[in-house]
Design a binder for this molecule. Sequence first.
Ligand code: ADP
Ligand code: MG
Length: 392
Amino acid sequence: MILPGATLGVVGGGQLGRMFAIAAQRMGYRVAVLDPDPDSPAGRLAEFHLEADYADRQALDELARLCAAVTVEFENVPAESLERLARTRPVRPGAAAVAIAQDRIREKRFLAECGLTGVPFSVVRDRSELAVALARLGGSAVLKRARLGYDGKGQVRVRSFAEALAAFEGFGGEPCVLEKLCALQTEISVVLARGADGATVVYPAIENRHRRGILDTSLIPARAPRAVTRAAVDATVRIAGALDYVGVLAVEFFVSNGRLLVNEIAPRPHNSGHVTLDACVSSQFEQQVRALCGLPLGDPALLCPAVMTNLLGDLWALGAPRWEAILREPRAKLHLYGKRAARPGRKMGHFTCLGDTRDEASARAVKVWRILVRKAKAPRRSRPVQHAAARG
Ligand code: ADP
Ligand code: MG
């Protein structure tokens, strides 16, 4: 066991790294962050900030020297960097699991090997494979880069070969997958933590709404039928076992025509799991610390239903948001990540509304949101978007 007082490393200094650092520091650990951005959200509050590229060997060796163990904040860390760190320090999750999650082609093959059903897809490496794939999937499809996509970036919806080819060329001809565009009833995610001894704790399934490919709101517990959420939990546990996973793992699912389809895996805490910070006994970030340090895992039990709403940079378009809307609501919690520039689509923070029931938490989130986005002098054209829970 790595006990409080030790220094823990995290590769990546965004909001996920920051929330990991806060959980670790609260428990008495020190934190070292590797992130090239001098102003990174996690780097700013960690005891050590190595401002270097994720592939910088000297910085990686320094991180290993400083830390008792290392984790990752996001899956696009070069697997070779994790292998280098793993020569001298425990790295959780391991490079092999991260390498699968960072390549959609490997990820989909792995999920199929686990016996799980996903969205129908084809691998596209060149123009002729693209033509065959589009003909096979027919109608509407989504072209996704195999690597480096996130928050809906690196994917384009296409309806014709011309559109598909333009998208493929726009991705520089890099390997892609073409997926069938599914009519989604709902999306759910399952977050779990698994220790080195195989002990596993699972949070209740979370229901997610996206806007333009970016997570918008998350509701815990999900409203999907019990058989569906049970199947999603079982699938996530199976995936973690097959990866011999240590750490926090999230799996995204689609529900389409009543069927559960596995979408993708995240070898780290997940945006939808931010709801666990306020709604559960132990948050996903506390579990990340516990799994990394070989401590017993915390209780994932739900304290009450909750809705998390992401705060994207778009919200700043009309000036600083009215934080009083959240701060005046006793059952709402504000989380801001300390990012200075509010760009459209950038995740700046989130707020969570608690309730005795899901409906109550949703109604509270809608109410807070309406006040948050209401502007005394808002021009007519910039009518604020509706909160997902108000969209029905
Ligand atoms: P990212 O890595 O950006 O999260 P995803 O594959 O999860 O990539 O896609 C982001 C979102 O886009 C999904 O959560 C879903 O709302 C929508 N989406 C992606 N693929 C499909 C699809 N094949 N059919 C319908 N919606 C999709
Ligand atoms: Mg996703």
